[in-house]
Unconditional design. Structure first.
Length: 433
């Protein structure tokens, strides 16, 4: 009864906040009172959504940039307008929905002309590792209904298991400072733990999860959020290896994120950071899951001649000591050269450096050549015994970033890790993201 009352009052509070946001939301001028704003070129994106994005841009300007300008000497109104025009252009580009944005101002007449990027993207999936093969298909739309909403659905099948996935994300609920989403996952897969190139233990895991999250922008670039999911894990025996105990639980978390980067199509200039803390409750297998902490900080700089340097710090940790509930690492930035989700550990702290050199610019996109270096400190778990180790990977690659399609970079990389895969080749999505 207490839980239902709490949920009721939370719902009332949430709806009242939305109502206040909608009611309070007017249309403050971008430049001056009495202005006339015209938006053209948007064949897919709704004009109402573009206007809501511009209002958020204005909020960022007032909170961040107006303070900086007030500390300087007064400048001509033309210079102020030009600074604002440049800012609004970049702010609209940051949505990743437009390949081009032009803004002009003549008196009180303001014209914004945009070119939509293609956002409905089919993605085939093929993966092979050892004797295991997997195939699949995903469909992604990053501008659902022309309102900047994100949805992805798809699945995989193969000798290593099957999976299904659905995610919906709304960056601005009812054009307010609230955001939210839902995630549904259903997977059955073989999970192996590697020591070097050898499989030393493993099990088959069936994982079902459904949940959602709710966030609120407390500052223009800072969001705080809550998440909860209902998870179910079922384990089956593989070969002669041990099998963990099944478990069902709720997984609740608090998240804090900062988005200070500027999107430049083949990289993002600036700093992004996120911190999350999640804890299980109502477990059927008591104290099995454990609290999880995740930290990610990424900074990118535009170096000489459009070169881009990216440094990424990542930290993952679980406080569970139970068999089957260790982190499954490998494949992500900082941990390249490890078998995909094939290294079990209770802690991972990694630092990666990527240096990108654009080789060719065209109206269709940008080709880049890059080098990378990963280093990670792990508390690896082998046969339920923990040991500390350090591993490093390095390599080179080429990536193509498509300008007219809202799609991550397509990259092919060759690298080496002396502790696990040795020489490896990987196909990646999302370089520069």
């Amino acid at each position: 009864m207490k839980l239902s009352k709490t949920a009721f009052f939370f719902s009332i509070f949430f709806l009242s906040q939305l109502a206040v946001s909608i009611k309070a939301k007017g249309t403050p001028p971008l430049f001056e009172r009495g202005e006339n704003l015209t938006i053209t070129g948007n064949k897919r994106t709704q004009e109402s959504y573009i206007r809501s994005v511009l209002q958020n841009c204005l909020w960022i300007w007032e909170q961040s940039y107006s303070k900086k300008s007030s500390e300087k000497k007064e400048t001509k109104s033309e210079d102020k307008d030009q600074n604002k025009i440049s800012f609004y252009k970049q702010c609209l580009i940051n949505t990743k929905l437009f390949s081009k944005v032009d803004i002009s101002k003549k008196g009180k007449q303001i014209k914004i002309d945009v070119v939509d990027r293609w956002t409905l993207i089919p993605i085939p999936y093929v993966r092979g590792q050892g004797d295991a093969k997997a195939f699949g298909f995903f469909l992604i739309d990053t501008n659902l209904f022309g309102r900047g909403k994100f949805i992805t659905a798809g699945g995989t099948f193969g000798s290593g298991g099957n999976s299904g996935f659905l995610m919906y994300r709304d960056p601005s609920l009812f054009f307010s400072k609230w955001n939210g989403g839902v995630i549904l996952r259903n997977a059955k897969q073989d999970s192996y733990n590697f020591q070097g190139k050898d499989e030393i233990e493993g099990f088959q895991e069936r994982f079902i999860s459904y949940g959602g999250y709710l966030g609120y922008k407390i500052y223009p670039k800072t969001t705080v959020g809550l998440s909860v999911s209902k998870d179910k894990k079922e384990f089956s025996k593989l070969e002669s290896f041990s099998t963990p105990q099944n478990n069902e639980y709720f997984f609740g978390g608090i998240n804090l994120s900062y988005r200070g980067s500027q999107y430049k199509f083949y990289f993002k200039e600036g700093t992004d950071a996120s911190l999350s803390l999640k804890a299980p409750f109502a477990e059927t297998n008591k104290d099995a899951k454990g609290i999880e902490v995740k930290l990610n900080v990424s900074s990118q700089w535009n170096i000489t001649k459009d070169h881009a340097l990216q440094l990424t710090l990542g930290h993952l940790q679980t406080f569970s000591k139970r068999f089957g509930y260790a982190l499954k690492l490998g494949g992500q930035k900082g941990l390249r050269g490890l078998p995909l989700k094939g290294v079990w550990a209770t802690r991972s702290t990694s630092l990666s450096a990527d240096y990108q050199i654009p080789l060719y610019f065209s109206k269709y996109g940008t080709w880049t050549f890059s080098t990378f270096l990963d280093g990670a400190s792990l508390n690896q778990v082998i046969n339920q015994n923990e040991s500390d180790m350090f591993t490093a990977s390095y390599g080179v690659g080429a990536t193509f970033f498509i300008k007219k399609v809202n799609f991550p970079g397509l990259g092919l990389f060759y690298g080496r890790n002396n502790d696990f895969l040795g020489d490896f080749v990987s196909f990646t999505l999302g370089r520069g993201e």
